[in-house]
Structures are given as structure tokens and as C-alpha cells.
Design a binder for this molecule. Structure first.
Ligand SMILES: [Zn+2]
Length: 343
């Protein structure tokens, strides 16, 4: 075995160990590392292109600890929204040095259940076509992003509300770029696999762990946890932007922007992620055998990294939309009503 083989074997072992540990963070898109990478890309992108907006955003996130202002980088709050999804309602959750409170009702705000295998016409409103058409009332990730941008735009929002809106925006823009947050399969009995959470990985190379899902695999596919540095991922994403025309990545109509991102994620799930699953394990009890993890990563990792890169650039754009409202955005759209926002 030469050096490179040894390195590969060591890497595979690390990957397997990381995946065995992965269920702890299942359903948390991109995991902590990926979410922080998105946040770092956005912060550095704003630093390069619009430092005045970055300062405004950081002022919103900063905590006032009895007159001592604590600066909070985007990455420090990138996973807070996941931490308030579960647990005892209203229990305290630390976020960037201060407390948020558990909101069980926030669980559906992280995804949109588009149904794999469905052809959504170009002009179809995805929210009203999501499984059960539940988004306008129940608040999918698309509505949550709009809520956050509108809360930042609204002159009536107080400092606390803007802070929470910024925290949720930083997280949800990461979530909506994870393909499996926008695509679920529905079986013949009408049962959803909940964005791949119901698909168990029963084989990963020579190991046969049975404790993680397709969804948690995708949370980690960008770079496996033990081997993941958010700043390295972010720097790679930013370096990859050199010479790239990103003008088509953003549109100034907020509703169109979130639908565009959700549709992209859905298309990746529908055309790449689920077909790869069915190719090797056609409908066998919702289980998935990945015989060659290296080949799987080689195929999927570039897609995941691109999504992280796009998420960072779009997060910067959405923050600018929130802090510098354009006429094209439409405050008062569905999604503005999130009920009682007290922390
Ligand atoms: Zn989330």
C-alpha cells in the first residue's frame, strides 16, 4: 500500500467514524460545520463588497451586556435555530453568548415538503403545492426566510426582533440550500420519508452501520464532521467565486428568490440524490446500501459544496434586502405572520 492508499484508508475510517456519530445531528442541515461555512462566506462576502451593510448586520447581532457590547460573528449564531426546535418549550438555549428559548412550533420552519417525482410547472407556487399545501399557514422555510427579511425591513421591529430575524435568516438560508430540505418521497401508503430521514443507510463501504439516514448523510457529505473546518470550506467557496458571474444567482423579488432556491434544491434531490438511491437499492424497505463511499462522495461533494457557496452569496444578498429594502420586495406577503415573537 502506498502513501496515498494509506491516506485514503485513514480518511475512510475517519469518514465512517464521523458517520456513525452523525445521527446526533440528523435533520440538522449541513450540520454545524456547513452552517458556519455559509455564515462565514456571507460575512466575508459582505466585508469585501458592502462593508457598511455588514456593520449594520453585526450591530443587530451584537449583545449589550450591561453596557459592554459583545460582537457576534455570523458563524456564532448559525445553528441557533436548530437548537430551539426541540426540547422543553421555552427552555433556555445559549446563542452567541445570550439566551434564546425553545420554540417547538419552529420545527416546520426549516424545510418545505415538495414531493419527489412531481413535475412542478415553471409558474407553480411551490408553497401552495408542497405536501398538504401547508406552507402559508404552517410556515415552511420559504415563508420563514421572507418573514426574517420583512422583520429586518419593518421600521416597527424592535432591536430584539431584528436580532432574532437575523439569527433565523442566517440559519434558514443554509437549510433551504440543502436539497433534502426541499424534497420528500411519499410511499404508496401516503407516508412521507421526511426529506430522507426515513431512508436508512444500511451499508457504508465495508461497514454496515444502521444508525444514520440519507438525510444525515447529506448533512455531512460536504465534509465529514471530524474532517470539517468551516473556515476552510468558506475560503474554498470564496476562492471559487473568482471570475464567476453570480448575477443570475439573485433576484430582487423576495418571493421569487426563495421559490427559485427551493426549486433548485428540489431539482437536485429529484434528479440526483434520489435517483442515486434508487439506482442501487430499488425500493427495498427504505434502506440504502452505499458500497463505494468514495465514489458517492466524489459525485455528491461538489454539488454540496456549490450549495454552500450559493447559500453564502445569497445570504449576503438577503441581508442587504432586509437592511436596504427595495421597492421590488413586498412586505405583507404570507409568512409575515409568525404570531408572538417574544423570546
Ligand atoms: Zn435547520
Amino acid at each position: 500500500m502506498n502513501r496515498s492508499h494509506l491516506h485514503k484508508a485513514a480518511l475512510s475510517a475517519a469518514v465512517c467514524a464521523a458517520l456513525l456519530a452523525a445521527p446526533l445531528q440528523s435533520a440538522f442541515a449541513w450540520g454545524k460545520c456547513g452552517h458556519q461555512a455559509v455564515a462565514i462566506v456571507a460575512q466575508k462576502y459582505l466585508q469585501q463588497h458592502d462593508p457598511a451593510t455588514l456593520k449594520q448586520a453585526l450591530d443587530i447581532l451584537a449583545w449589550d451586556a450591561d453596557g459592554d457590547i459583545k460582537a457576534v460573528p455570523f458563524a456564532d449564531v448559525a445553528v441557533c435555530a436548530d437548537n430551539v426546535r426541540r426540547g422543553e418549550q421555552n427552555a433556555k438555549v445559549e446563542c452567541g453568548g445570550e439566551d434564546l428559548h425553545v420554540k417547538n412550533e419552529s420545527q416546520p420552519w426549516h424545510f418545505i415538503n415538495l414531493v419527489i417525482g412531481t413535475k412542478y410547472p415553471e409558474n407553480a407556487k411551490l408553497e401552495t403545492n408542497a405536501q398538504g399545501g401547508t406552507c402559508p399557514g404552517k410556515h415552511c422555510v420559504t415563508g420563514e426566510i421572507r418573514w426574517a427579511v420583512h422583520a429586518l425591513q419593518d421600521p416597527k421591529s424592535n432591536a430584539e426582533l431584528k436580532q432574532e430575524a437575523m439569527i433565523f435568516l442566517i440559519h434558514m438560508v443554509g437549510d433551504i440550500h440543502q436539497p433534502l430540505h426541499c424534497g420528500s418521497e411519499i410511499d404508496d401508503n401516503g407516508k412521507s420519508n421526511f426529506g430522507g430521514n426515513g431512508v436508512k443507510i444500511t451499508r457504508w463501504g465495508s461497514l454496515r452501520p444502521d444508525s444514520f439516514s440519507l438525510h444525515s448523510l447529506w448533512d455531512n457529505v460536504v465534509a465529514f464532521r471530524d474532517n470539517c473546518s468551516p473556515s476552510t470550506l468558506a475560503d474554498e467557496a470564496l476562492a471559487g467565486l473568482a471570475g464567476v458571474d453570480t448575477s443570475g444567482w439573485n433576484v430582487n423579488d423576495l418571493h421569487a428568490q426563495v421559490e427559485k432556491i427551493a426549486r433548485e434544491s428540489y431539482n437536485i434531490a429529484n434528479e440526483i440524490v434520489y435517483p442515486a438511491y434508487h439506482e442501487v437499492q430499488p425500493k427495498k424497505g427504505g434502506a440504502y446500501e452505499i458500497v463505494d463511499p468514495n465514489a458517492y462522495q466524489a459525485k455528491m461533494q461538489p454539488i454540496a459544496k456549490k450549495r454552500i457557496q450559493e447559500a453564502g452569496v445569497r445570504l449576503a444578498h438577503l441581508i442587504r434586502m432586509g437592511l436596504h429594502p427595495l421597492n421590488q420586495t413586498r412586505p405583507g406577503q404570507p409568512g409575515t405572520d409568525r404570531g408572538n415573537r417574544s423570546k
